[in-house]
Design a protein around this ligand. Structure first.
Ligand code: SF4
Length: 333
């Protein structure tokens, strides 16, 4: 693990609720609690993997941090400055430093624009007026991501899926940010291409000193790239730990169930798969207490009554589960 002590990102009590409209007058009838009181940090130069099933709120966290969607409340400190409290002008200046790579590179690239225009647009928005300088910087970043300078005049449909994701990465990097949210960046790619793109992201991280929030549902992909991992369930973070520690000894019953589904390459070894009963409950009306209790094979009475806090149970290993702490330790994590 990298020994990076300082935090670049500090998320404190972040909430994002989406209104549910209904009836003839389309009044607000409830709230989807997509992110519900989440706190975590990302250290300078590290990759924090954020993992969980689809719909658990991980993409909403990534977008709320960057304020691509407005958080309901909470604090997001970027190098000590609160992004949530920033006015539009301040936020625009900060956007140079933080970018996003999307899951589906094709739908995020304008099909009518040449690659040079797509990548250079951010430079223009952020005040690089000289066209020759923009072109030079675009060509430089294209070669950094493994494309050729003459790709600058081509259109998105002329590229393969893997190349399009390289274009997405170049677009995110051209402003030389320090922080990137990678939102399922390899999920839409063939398995054979995934590791190439992951290796590219790691090489660029080393070269440019980048810090990543890497969002994915695939635990093997997260293991490949992360330094630390946070596991989400129904709008909450239930466990965070160093990658090696988490994959070797997951503590939260939900993390254990996720890990048990990872195939083992050695056919002589067998892992006992933990099958969870029932579906993921609705984030509109999440269960009281521990949100995982209706599906948890280890649930106790307290679990349905009171929500467990995320508590440090071993050095740098936090878990929200009464199996590892009791009510008296609530809020110490
Ligand atoms: Fe299971 Fe209770 Fe732990 Fe929740 S707090 S994961 S229900 S044992």
């Amino acid at each position: 693990m990298k020994q990076a002590a300082e935090n670049l990102i500090e998320v404190n009590h972040l909430f994002k609720y989406f209104p549910v409209h209904g009836g003839v007058l389309r009044r607000v009838q409830g709230w989807v609690k997509a992110v519900d009181d989440v706190s975590f940090t990302i250290r300078v130069g590290e990759t924090l993997g954020l993992v969980g099933e689809s719909g658990c709120g991980k993409t909403t966290i990534g977008r709320s941090i960057l304020r691509l969607i407005e958080p309901t409340r909470g604090q997001v400190l970027f190098d000590g400055q609160d992004l949530v409290a920033m006015k539009a002008k301040e936020l625009k200046a900060m956007r140079r430093k933080m970018q996003i790579i999307f899951q589906d590179p094709y739908s995020s690239l304008d099909p009518r624009a040449q690659i040079g225009t797509i990548i250079g647009e951010a430079l223009q928005v952020h005040g690089v007026r000289d066209a020759a300088e923009r072109q030079e910087r675009v060509m430089e970043i294209l070669t950094k991501v493994g494309l050729a300078e003459d790709h600058i005049r081509r259109y998105p449909h002329e590229f393969s899926g893997g190349q399009r994701q390289r274009i997405g990465i170049a677009r995110a990097l051209v402003l030389r940010p320090s922080f990137i949210v990678c939102d399922e960046p390899v999920s839409a790619l063939d398995v054979s291409i995934q590791s190439q793109v992951l290796n590219l992201l790691r090489a660029l991280q080393r070269e440019f000193g980048l810090t990543y929030l890497f969002i994915a549902h695939n635990l093997q992909v997260v293991e490949h790239i992360s330094d630390r991992v946070a596991v989400m369930y129904l709008g909450k973070i239930v466990e965070t730990a160093d990658r090696i520690e988490l994959y070797r000894s997951p503590l939260h019953p939900y993390t254990q169930a996720l890990m048990s589904a990872i195939p083992i390459p050695d056919p002589t070894l067998e892992r006992k798969r933990i099958i969870l009963e029932g579906d993921v409950p609705s984030p509109v009306d999440p269960p009281p207490g521990c949100r995982f209790h209706p599906r948890c094979p280890s649930a106790m009475d307290i679990c349905a009554q009171q929500e467990p806090a995320l508590v440090e149970v071993e050095p740098d290993h936090h878990v929200a589960c009464y199996l590892f702490h009791d009510v008296s330790t609530q809020g110490t994590g």
